[in-house]
Design a protein around this ligand. Structure first.
Ligand SMILES: [Zn+2]
Length: 587
């Protein structure tokens, strides 16, 4: 849909202010460009590349004499921050020599104007997204004025570090507490604030601040799909609360940068969990329809006033622009930016396999040697990742392979021989050797089924590798509005969902049977799920719906005299209706 959006969705049609028209002139044009640029250049799709050029060209060709960019009627710094992110990616893809001078003039203009025209509203809470580009440009020019502007933005911007040093939002916020500081997308963007700021401040406390931020958000707002609640403000840990799609893709982007700066493999585990669960779980199988809010326990998607903090009755529909159109413009940055972060450079002239997916990478390593690496895998559905290393000539350099924290007894073979040193889960495992063209590495990351405890009312969830598993529920999709070529859909359950698992949280493996299925074209659909987990369960008749959603899972452990049944769990991303936080039966 993203590849066609500019053909039928007014916010990014030719009338956009960011194409010189009189139409939408705020964040949607930049959002669209920010996802389209990496999508187009990674796919090397000529049509998409032509579309991306059109958006970038207008901004590059219409910088005003003052240095200002974008539509004249926009006076908000925020959308410019997004267009600058798109420009950095465009420059990395093309090397276009116009980009850096345009940015330099823009930032000098912003510094000059910064006393008179301070950050306001959204820009106050998203200042770090401009610092991202300032750091990118400083690395290329060394212009100290850029750091001066960064310090101004830090002062005018919201103090995220202070918010989490004294965190006040210990559950679902009520309307009187709602502010831009509790907004889920602002919070997702802010996950990169402290690591980025540490690059400038050098203060170890800034480096550590991300961990305090994550700990507080996890404690009070983490959902079993790996993302924080926000519908669209902090919504607590009830598994029927929602998370906005923009917050999913922005959290991924923030984690990609936090990981690149801090080199912490736990951030990569978190990134994969978001990418392989919350991201696909909020789209239909071919990505022509998305939700505004997704729920871990999502048993009915229809027009209804649910218990969101502030969102409207269409928020969990699958459609073109349910509730509000920001996600429609912004959502497609998710996969291509994830792909761009699979491999990273290391400070010692090597490479790091940071997150896993089938791909190939071309890079320059120590001594200027060109290397291509082919990575073949059915990860995250399978345990093995195979690499073929192709340096232009024999060369010594380190490759660091991430060993996820959830694996058990991982192993690594080089040209068929076991690597002598043992692999530690939750680390980057360094292999520093002379690599020859055609060397093969096989990484095995066993994925035992895990029961995650400590959910809402002591509910449990089931994970295997980076995947979260959910109850498969029969789905009836009802097309309620035609928005050709898109449409809006309600989804109704055709099978029961109110099950408690017969799973012993202390001995997970014995409770489940894993069934692997061939990988087809539509992995993220109930029928296309490449892995199933069979579990034993009993229905809980007293667990019913409440205000259009599954009521809270009853306090575990629970009792039920209903018959013992075998139920099927499938990857969260494949299940569009699902139970993810389960009560468990008393043993
Ligand atoms: Zn959104």
């Amino acid at each position: 849909m993203s590849g066609h959006l500019d053909e039928f969705w007014p916010s990014v049609e030719v009338n956009s202010g960011w194409l010189g028209g009189g139409g939408e002139s705020w964040e949607r044009g930049p959002y669209y460009t920010d996802g389209l640029v990496p999508l187009a250049f990674l796919l090397q799709d000529p049509l998409l590349v032509a579309k991306a050029h059109r958006w970038v060209e207008w901004t590059l060709d219409h910088q005003r004499p003052s240095g200002a960019i974008g539509p004249e009627k926009n006076t908000d710094w925020w959308p410019n921050m997004v267009m600058l992110k798109a420009m950095t990616q465009y420059h990395e893809a093309t090397g276009d020599p116009r980009v850096i001078p345009v940015m330099q003039r823009y930032f000098h203009y912003h510094l000059t104007e910064s006393g008179r025209s301070r950050l306001e509203r959204w820009a106050v809470f998203r200042w770090q997204d401009e610092v991202l580009t300032l750091v990118w440009l400083y690395d290329r020019t060394g212009d100290s004025k850029l750091l001066e502007l960064a310090r101004v933005l830090r002062v005018q911007g919201h103090d995220w570090r202070a918010q989490f040093e004294n965190f006040k939002y210990l559950g679902k916020v009520d309307r009187s507490q709602v502010s831009l500081a509790t907004h889920v997308v602002n919070n997702a963007m802010a996950l990169k604030a402290s690591p980025l700021w540490w690059l400038i401040s050098g203060d170890p406390a800034d480096r550590e601040a991300l961990y305090k931020q994550l700990a507080e958000l996890d404690r009070y707002h983490l959902l079993p799909n790996g993302v924080h609640s926000g519908d669209e403000h902090y919504a607590g840990r009830h598994p029927s609360q929602g998370t906005e799609l923009c917050a999913v893709v922005e959290a991924m982007f923030s984690l990609e940068h936090a990981l690149a700066i801090l080199g912490d493999p736990a951030l990569a585990d978190r990134l994969e969990k978001t990418a392989f669960n919350a991201l696909p779980g909020t789209f239909d199988g071919d990505m022509w329809a998305h939700q505004y809010d997704q729920q871990p326990n999502q048993v009915m998607c229809n027009v209804y006033f649910r218990a969101w903090t502030t969102n409207g009755p269409e928020s969990n529909l699958f459609g073109l622009e349910p509730n509000f159109g920001c996600c429609t413009a912004n959502m497609h940055q998710g996969w291509p930016k994830f792909a761009a972060s699979l491999w990273m450079a290391t400070p010692d002239g090597g490479l790091a396999a940071a997150v896993y997916s089938p791909c190939s990478v071309a890079a320059q390593v120590r001594g200027g040697v060109q290397v291509r690496i082919l990575e073949e895998t059915q990860y995250p559905f399978r345990e093995t990742v195979r690499f073929t290393i192709q340096p232009a000539r024999q060369a010594q350099f380190p490759i660091r392979f991430r060993v996820p924290g959830w694996t058990a007894s991982p192993s690594l073979l080089i040209n068929g021989k076991p690597h002598p040193s043992s692999l530690k889960p939750g680390s980057f495992h360094e292999v520093n050797r002379v690599w020859s063209p055609g060397d093969r590495v096989e990484l095995r990351l066993p994925m035992p089924v895990r029961v995650v405890t400590g959910g809402y009312n002591d509910s449990i969830s089931v994970e295997r590798g980076p995947l979260v598993f959910s109850l498969r529920i029969g789905e009836e999709w009802r097309r309620i509005r035609d928005k050709a070529p898109a449409a809006d859909w309600e989804v109704y359950p055709t099978t029961p969902w109110n099950y408690a698992l017969a799973a012993d949280p202390k001995s997970a493996a014995s409770s489940f049977k894993v069934v692997e299925k061939p990988l087809g074209d539509k992995l993220f659909t109930p029928a296309g799920a490449p892995v199933e987990i069979l579990a034993r369960a009993r229905r809980l008749p007293e667990w019913r719906m409440q205000q259009g959603s599954a009521a809270a899972p009853p306090q575990s452990p629970v009792r039920s005299s209903e018959p013992l049944e075998t139920v099927t769990l499938i990857p969260y991303g494949s299940a569009k209706l699902r139970i993810t936080a389960f009560p468990y039966l008393e043993t």
